[in-house]
Design a protein around this ligand. Structure first.
Ligand SMILES: NC(=O)c1ccc[n+]([C@@H]2O[C@H](COP(=O)([O-])OP(=O)(O)OC[C@H]3O[C@@H](n4cnc5c(N)ncnc54)[C@H](O)[C@@H]3O)[C@@H](O)[C@H]2O)c1
Length: 291
């Protein structure tokens, strides 16, 4: 056995033991979780992970057919799930979602604000940001989160308990030449997370953000298409090839992040042990950003 192999094996074993010891803390039995954008990608993984830990899950998304499919999968794991068509930019629809969740599953304990877009329709076919791209990313990625929190705040505040996790991005950590409207919206999510954490602390509600790195999801597939067309270094590549080259060139751990990585981090933020963590933004990016 080489030195490298010897050092890897004990670390993995220790990791499994630790997971067993903390199993009870990470058990979400009896809790109600709402996942926006829960139909596909990392939201779907988050919905599944919550169900796996025993929570009842409301899948809330603008894509009703995919939401129904995810809710059905979740029901097979946890038994209690529902789906609701919501456009997070619509205040009335967010308030209907809160009422429906209360009616069919009970008061929400966990909000996962995951719904997001990278631009207005057909953004992946453009080489520049239009005013519509700016407006839509801000409306969905930022104002949509605020709408959801406002709709559920009474349920959580009344019970003096709650956990909110906002999905930001490493794109919000540093300005980038490509998709500036998206980067700016994700920087705003980090700021919104801090403000909301300050506002809701008095109700014993924590609010944190996760900044995922590169996840192979329907959204990233479109990002890859745009890069292959616009960035000379990626010319002629498939979206997946662009993704793999970016992982190899930019991620110190040399591995892609997965929707499950994000779902596990959400579990930690919603656990009992995270009760004193609020207003934070955590990078889950294989070491790409270290601040
Ligand atoms: N894929 C990545 O590499 C990556 C990296 C960092 C952050 N993120 C963020 O993770 C989150 C999930 O993205 P994903 O990669 O899984 O993409 P995705 O496109 O698979 O999922 C986004 C979901 O949001 C839903 N949605 C879009 N607009 C909505 C609206 N107005 N109301 C309700 N639902 C709406 C979509 O229907 C979809 O199900 C997003 O916030 C995204 O910005 C993704």
């Amino acid at each position: 056995m080489s030195i490298a192999e010897q050092s890897i094996i004990p670390a993995r074993q220790a990791d499994w033991k630790q997971r067993d010891r903390h199993g009870e803390n990470l058990n979400l039995k009896g809790q109600v979780a709402v996942v926006t954008g829960g139909a596909t990608g990392s939201g779907r993984a988050s919905a599944g992970k919550r169900a796996d830990r025993g929570a009842a899950v409301m899948v809330a998304d603008i894509n009703d057919s995919a939401s129904a499919a995810t809710a059905a999968e979740v029901a097979e794991i946890a038994g209690r799930s529902a789906c609701f068509r919501v456009d997070v930019t619509d205040v009335g629809a967010c308030s209907d979602l809160a009422a429906k969740t209360l009616e069919v599953l009970g008061p929400a304990d966990i909000l996962i604000n995951n719904a997001g877009v990278a631009g207005a329709p057909n953004w992946q076919k453009r080489s520049f940001s239009t005013e519509e791209d700016w407006k839509m990313t801000y409306r969905v990625n930022v104002i949509g989160m605020s709408n959801i929190v406002t709709a559920f705040e009474p349920q959580m505040a009344k019970r003096r308990s709650g956990r909110v996790v906002n999905i930001a991005s490493i794109a919000g950590r540093e300005g980038r030449p490509s998709l500036p409207h998206y980067s700016a919206s994700k920087a705003a999510v980090i700021s919104l997370t801090q403000s909301t954490a300050l506002e809701l602390a008095r109700y014993n509600i924590t609010v944190n953000a996760i900044c995922p790195g590169l996840l192979w999801t329907p959204m990233w597939e479109q990002v890859g298409e745009r890069y292959a067309r616009e960035v000379p270094a990626y010319a002629g590549m498939s979206a997946r090839q662009v993704f793999d080259v970016m992982i190899a060139d930019r991620i110190p751990m040399k591995s892609e992040q997965t929707p499950e990585d994000i779902a596990e981090t959400v579990v930690f933020f919603t656990s009992y042990d995270a009760k004193n963590i609020t207003g934070q933004a955590l990078n889950v990016d294989g070491g790409l950003f270290m601040r």
